[in-house]
Design a protein around this ligand. Structure first.
Ligand code: C2E
Ligand code: MG
Ligand code: MG
Length: 439
């Protein structure tokens, strides 16, 4: 298998001959998590197996219709496949088929030593000369498209067609606009209350970011946060959110409320920024806030990509005194190892489990048991029905957050809600009505 330089030479050869071709970039996902959890030897074998599967699927096609498909290894966990118009009548279609077959094969677990692993990949498929007229741009587009295809679960691939190309251009535009968003005061935070199910009252809130763009309207965080993470802008943005949290808590303290806690979200980028813990510490000092008033939510997906340096960073954050919650718990890889190796305070049950509370209660039960064994508190997110709330209370879950209880709201609304707290009747006792809407 050739390397990146060999691939570039091959592609330059094709372009100088004026040949049309399709380039597919494939990445084996979560290799670093596999290395860390099962050891480098298992990681190496997983990679080798993935390469072998690719070659097998290709050679099957080669015997039928391909003359000489070209596979190269272009990074530690990345491969590139070139299919020319001479090799296949419809190379893009064939590339898609190959991805489908690979994904189908990877639905079965891979046996490595005594472990059974599920591997997954993401792939970007681009055509020359349709997408770009030079090799460098084409390779970049393949990598961007692959990144765009990647999802939290499973294997995914994407062919760069007109619609995707337009979306990538829009991403670029949003990225440029995001650079001005803080200064132009287009960003704001909303607060979603978190309820203590024992005490039956609000114990804190999660800060969620919003971007109101003058032309584009309200851009959803799931769209722009991925862009900001990719460009690195998330570092400034998340610090700005932390500052908003500190400012709010300081304002609240002046009204005599010293108990309230705020949770902010930290992206994977933060966790690989060596300055982050110090920045958090300085910000808290500047606003004279006890660190335990702030909780930092890190996602399992972010942890999965982490190396040891970043794990140490989570420990440093904990030493500063802030609380650490594991967001989206249960949706990532090898969750259990995090419980033993990281100083966590809280597990956040992902909404996908909360919705199954009635149909599949064992899932939440086992998370609650795990939390108890590791002495962690638990908050369930995405609580939308009174039944879910009742079940969580019965099962002894500590906290809950969700549209049933309160939607994310502006600071003024939260203040009104907190004021009403004293008059509040027990949550869950009013059936459909949320405490946020009671008078
Ligand atoms: P998350 O941290 O898991 O936040 C929970 C998301 O679920 C929020 O969406 C919230 O509005 C929504 N949600 C809460 N209760 C319910 C419910 O009962 N039903 C339903 N269907 N949804 C509910 P939002 O605000 O769109 O945020 C999406 C994601 O964006 C967040 O997921 C978080 O990962 C990210 N995010 C938001 N703000 C920030 C931020 O300041 N920094 C970073 N790095 N990420 C952020
Ligand atoms: Mg969160
Ligand atoms: Mg979550």
């Amino acid at each position: 298998m050739g390397n990146r330089a060999a691939l570039a030479r091959h592609l330059h050869g094709l372009t100088s001959q004026g040949q049309g071709f399709v380039l597919t970039q494939l990445k084996l996902l979560q290799l670093s998590a596999i290395n860390r959890t099962f050891g480098n030897r298992v990681g190496d074998e997983a990679l080798q197996l993935f390469g072998q599967l690719l070659t097998e699927i290709l050679s099957h096609h080669a015997s039928q219709q391909l003359a000489r498909p070209t596979l190269a290894r272009v990074g530690s966990d990345e491969f590139a496949l070139t299919l020319t118009e001479q090799q296949a009548a419809q190379p893009a279609q064939l590339a898609t088929q190959l991805c489908e077959q690979l994904a189908e094969r990877l639905k079965l677990p891979i046996n490595l030593g005594s472990y059974e692993l599920y591997l997954r990949f993401s792939a970007g498929i681009v055509s020359y000369p349709l997408v770009a007229d030079n090799v460098e741009e084409l390779m970049q587009a393949a990598s961007q498209t692959r990144h765009h295809a990647q999802r939290r679960h499973g294997s995914h691939w994407l062919q760069l067609d007109g619609a995707t190309a337009a979306r990538l251009r829009e991403d670029k535009w949003l990225e440029a606009e995001l650079g001005f968003a803080i200064a132009m005061r287009q960003l704001f935070v909303v607060f979603q209350p978190q309820y203590d199910l024992q005490a039956q009252r609000i114990c804190g809130a999660e800060l969620l970011l919003r971007w109101q763009h003058p032309e584009f309207g309200l851009v959803p965080p799931d769209r722009f946060i991925a862009i900001a993470e990719h460009s690195g802008q998330i570092l400034d943005i998340d610090l700005w959110v932390l500052e908003q949290a500190c400012l709010f808590l300081a304002r609240l303290a002046r009204t005599g409320c010293e108990e309230f806690r705020l949770a902010i979200n930290a992206s994977a980028t933060e966790l690989s920024n060596p300055h982050y813990p110090r920045q958090v510490e300085l910000m808290l000092k500047r606003h004279r806030l006890p660190p335990e008033r702030i909780g930092i939510e890190i996602t399992e997906t972010a942890l999965v990509e982490l190396d040891d340096v970043a794990r140490n960073m989570v420990r440093t954050l904990k030493q500063i005194g802030v609380e650490i919650a594991l967001d989206d718990f249960g949706t990532g890889y090898a969750s259990l190892s995090h419980l033993t190796t990281l100083p966590l305070d809280t597990l956040k049950i992902d909404r996908s489990y909360t919705v199954q509370l009635e149909s599949n209660p064992k899932l939440v039960d086992s998370i609650l048991q795990l939390a108890e064994a590791f002495n962690l508190s638990v908050i369930a997110e995405g609580v939308e029905t009174p039944q879910q709330l009742r079940l969580l209370q019965e099962k002894g879950c500590d906290m809950a957050q969700g549209y049933l209880l309160a939607r994310p709201m502006r600071e003024e609304q939260l203040l009104v809600l907190l004021e009403q707290e004293n008059k509040v009747v027990p949550i869950g006792s009013t059936g459909q009505h949320s405490p946020g809407h009671r008078h």
